[in-house]
Ligand binder design. Structure first.
Ligand SMILES: Cc1ncc(COP(=O)(O)O)c(C=O)c1O
Length: 415
């Protein structure tokens, strides 16, 4: 047996360089949240590009294995699917931003959603979701979960009686989004979490459109929050990632599930996310301002049929949003006065927003859902899910509002 000398080991847990209490403001947390002193004293968090980690000797290995059994391995790991220092750094920051005990990073928003649902729902269970949600989430619930013997009940967003009546004895989870895509319906977090608690079931919110800056679902009693970090959190349209935040016990069981399901992020992706997060508060503030200014401009424009933006008094959930959100985000949905072709003419005439899927990055993007996310559906099928030919989703970036308004104005003249 090899001779062992575990006294040679470096301390496994680095000393904290910054107070971890989350009494700090969101911009401070976005820059410093969870920061730990690193061995190189580098200001940016080091990118530990590793798939596996070595042990000095067998004693080192066995002391790690024992510590891990007791749940105190000090953040050290033996293999990349079970952990990575750069990923841990971004998880700590995201947890603090959401006011959560812990967070877990996934390869994409969909990896986060599918892993959470698989991990938390046993065969025979039921899940209740609200409509007007990300269509891939609905697709996963209605197809993949169904194959696993898990049923899914869809209720109209904003109908809290329907939500409560849908709960059956085997219902384990309530899942909703806020704001939703594309109509930016905003959930009453208080009512949602009260219904879940009354029936002793867990509640999950996909808060991708809101970010931790605009809403804090955990503070309203929601159990878990999911974000596609691909959008505002990364903020530069250069990475895919997803995160789940919440109580430590729930995150530990998700971490165990992730080790088996394997939808892990990677260290360079986590480093990009850390970099993006540092400007999150600045970006979201600008995007909130652009969202409000552009929604107001569009609502008064003669070529516009209707605008959906939670910051407008005309939005069905304006009062809820005003009470529970600190900003209304950078996505504005609208219908123009025109058919499919006229709508495309408007989009093609835009000079600043790029025609692309996604939202939340620094560049403004525009899409005509009938020709992008819902292209494979017939007009009738699209109308059945509330997507009309003249619907446009604008995702505002951080450009100057005046330039965006001038651009929209000249493009609307092309209808
Ligand atoms: C609300 C919402 N949740 C989840 C996702 C999935 O995220 P990702 O593309 O990172 O897998 C999206 C993607 O558009 C989304 O809009």
């Amino acid at each position: 047996m090899a001779t062992t000398n575990s006294s040679k080991r470096e301390p496994l847990t680095p000393t904290l360089a910054v107070d971890q209490t989350s009494s700090k403001g969101p911009s401070t947390l976005a820059v410093h949240g969870g920061r730990q002193r690193n061995p190189y004293q580098s200001v940016p968090e080091p990118v530990v590009q590793a798939a596996t980690y070595a042990f000095e000797n067998t004693a080192d290995l066995t002391s790690f294995m024992e510590a891990r059994l007791w749940g105190n391995a000090g953040g050290r790991t033996e293999y990349g699917r079970y952990g990575n220092p750069t990923i841990s750094a971004v998880e700590k920051r995201l947890a603090q931003l959401d006011g959560a005990e812990d967070a877990i990073l996934f390869a994409s928003g969909m990896a986060a959603i599918t892993s959470v649902l698989i991990a938390m729902l046993p065969t025979g269970a039921n899940l209740v979701i609200t409509d007007d949600c990300y269509r891939r989430t609905r697709e996963f619930c209605n197809t993949f979960l169904k194959r696993l013997g898990i049923s899914c009940t869809v209720v109209p967003m904003g109908d809290y009686d329907a939500l409560e009546s849908a709960i059956q004895p085997n219902t384990r989870l309530l899942l909703s989004e806020s704001p939703t895509n594309p109509y930016l319906r905003t959930l009453d977090m208080v009512r949602f979490s009260e219904i879940a608690k009354k029936h002793k079931i867990k509640s999950i919110i996909d808060a991708t459109f809101a970010t931790p800056l605009n809403i804090q679902p955990l503070a309203y009693g929601v159990d878990l929050v999911v974000h596609s970090a691909t959008k505002y959190l990364g903020g530069h349209n250069d990475l895919l990632a997803g995160v789940v935040t919440g109580e430590a016990g729930l995150i530990v069981s998700l971490r165990n599930a992730l080790g088996v399901l394997g939808g892990v992020s990677d260290p360079s992706n986590a480093a990009l996310l850390l970099r993006g997060l540092k400007t999150l508060a600045l970006r979201v503030d600008k995007q909130n301002q652009n969202g409000q200014a552009i929604a107001e401009f569009l609502e008064g424009h003669p070529s516009i049929e209707r605008v959906w933006y939670p910051g407008l008094p005309s939005h069905p959930d304006h009062e809820i949003a005003k009470g529970q959100m600190s900003g209304f985000g950078g996505v504005v949905s609208l219908t123009v006065k025109g058919d499919l072709e006229a709508t495309s003419r408007f989009i093609d005439a835009l000079q600043i927003p790029l025609i692309a899927a996604s939202f939340g990055g620094v560049e403004s993007l525009v899409e005509q859902p009938a020709l992008m996310s819902f292209f494979e559906l017939s007009t009738e099928e699209r109308l059945g899910v509330g997507i009309s030919d003249n619907l446009v989703r604008l995702s505002l970036g951080i450009e100057d509002a005046g330039d965006l308004i001038a651009d929209l104005d000249q493009a609307l003249a092309q209808i």
